[in-house]
Structures are given as structure tokens and as C-alpha cells.
Design a protein around this ligand. Sequence first.
Ligand SMILES: Cc1cc2nc3c(=O)[nH]c(=O)nc-3n(C[C@H](O)[C@H](O)[C@H](O)COP(=O)(O)OP(=O)(O)OC[C@H]3O[C@@H](n4cnc5c(N)ncnc54)[C@H](O)[C@@H]3O)c2cc1C
Length: 207
Amino acid sequence: MYKVLEISNDKVHGLSDSILASGYPMQTEVESNQYKIPVDGDVKRAKVLSGCKPGTGHDCFLKGIIVQFDVKASEYWYRQADRYTWFDYVSSQSKMHRLLKMDIDENCNEWVDARIKAVLMEKICKYNQMVEDGGYTKLQLSYAFQEVVSNCPSGFMLTARKTTNYLQLKTMYNQRKGHKLQEWRVFCEWVKTLPESWLITGEQPEN
Ligand SMILES: Cc1cc2nc3c(=O)[nH]c(=O)nc-3n(C[C@H](O)[C@H](O)[C@H](O)COP(=O)(O)OP(=O)(O)OC[C@H]3O[C@@H](n4cnc5c(N)ncnc54)[C@H](O)[C@@H]3O)c2cc1C
């Protein structure tokens, strides 16, 4: 089994309230929605609005559907994902705090060459030895740590908790569903598992 991208502990908030709020533009008075659940008319409206062309604005209610999840992914995936504006971090694992103690083999994806892992482990051993031996200046230790971080491969996987929304996922899904990286394909398959994912994918329910 290939370690590509793993998503767990996903939570969706604000689904019903946002579907109800998608009706506000056509209401002369807005009654409290506190105890309401969407009925057929609300779902029908959400279907039409969410199916609009990205960037036209009619789907802005999707912003209120908040998604949070843990993702374990390689550095190069984060670099691409970080370009999205509303795809923020709650908290993430830190190489600065924990790279020296991490299991390198376990945290590298399948495509990292064994030679590269060996180089990283060698740099970590060298740094740890310097600390153990003592007598090095702060600058010498800092340079040794720079060597460790600079030789950490792009396929090194870290876990982060992310926060985003259905509107952002709609952009991501449309841009990435046919992407050549496996990570994006796994990501887009996960999007399809979210409640009422047709709001994101445009793959409409039957009625
Ligand atoms: C297959 C692929 C390859 C790519 N390759 C490269 C590459 O090699 N180099 C590169 O630089 N980029 C590349 N990109 C683009 C880059 O990754 C995008 O920035 C990223 O996909 C985010 O998309 P987005 O701009 O639609 O962002 P989102 O954050 O999803 O924004 C959605 C929309 O909101 C609006 N918006 C967002 N931020 C602002 C803002 N600050 N001000 C005004 N309007 C805003 C824009 O209309 C934008 O289209 C690539 C994208 C894809 C899909």
C-alpha cells in the first residue's frame, strides 16, 4: 500500500444554516433559522446556486460550510496547497521542534531514494553527536542544524490540521481533479465523501 496522502478526523460545520442562508437574497424579511432544517425548495435552490460557474459569485453561501481535517502529506503537496487563499492551518507538526527525533524512514513517502534518507540520517547523527560532545559554539550548532533541514527531502510527510470551506474546495476540486500527482487525486476522492458533496463537485443528486 503506497503512502500518498492520508485524511482523517474530518468535521463539517454550518451545512444546514448555509443552505438556508442561500435564500436570503430573495427574502424581504429574514426570519430566525435557528430551528429550521432545509426543505426541498432550499435544496433545489442550493443545487442551482452551487452549480454556477466558479467566480460568478452566486455560490458564495458555500463559504459558510466549514471543513476541518487532519492531513498527512509530503512537503511538495503542501507547497501547492498553500497557494489557496482560504486553506489555512489550525496547527501542524514541526520539523524545527521534532525533525531530530522523527523516524525518517516512516515519515518519507515511497518515492524518496534510500540514499537521500541515508544522507539525512547522517546529518542528524552528526548534529546529535555535536550536542552530546559539547564544546561547539551556537553558530556551529546552528549551521549543523541548517544542514539537517536543508537535506530533508520533498517527500517527507508531516501531519497538519487544516481549516477551509466548500467554496474553496470547489475551486480546488475543479483545478485538481485530473492532476498528475496522486496526492491530488486522493484529495479529490476525499472531497466526494463529504456530506452533500454535490455542492462542491457539481455532480448533482438524482432529484
Ligand atoms: C495544475 C496547476 C498547475 C499550476 N502551476 C503553477 C505554477 O507552476 N506556478 C504558479 O505560480 N502557479 C501555478 N498554478 C497556480 C497556483 O497554484 C494557484 O495560485 C492555485 O492553484 C490557487 O488557485 P486560485 O488562484 O484560484 O486561488 P484561490 O485562493 O482558490 O482563489 C479563488 C479566486 O479568488 C480570487 N482571489 C484569490 N485571492 C485573491 C486576491 N488576493 N485578490 C483578488 N482576488 C483573489 C481569484 O479570482 C481566484 O481565482 C497552478 C495551478 C494548477 C491547477
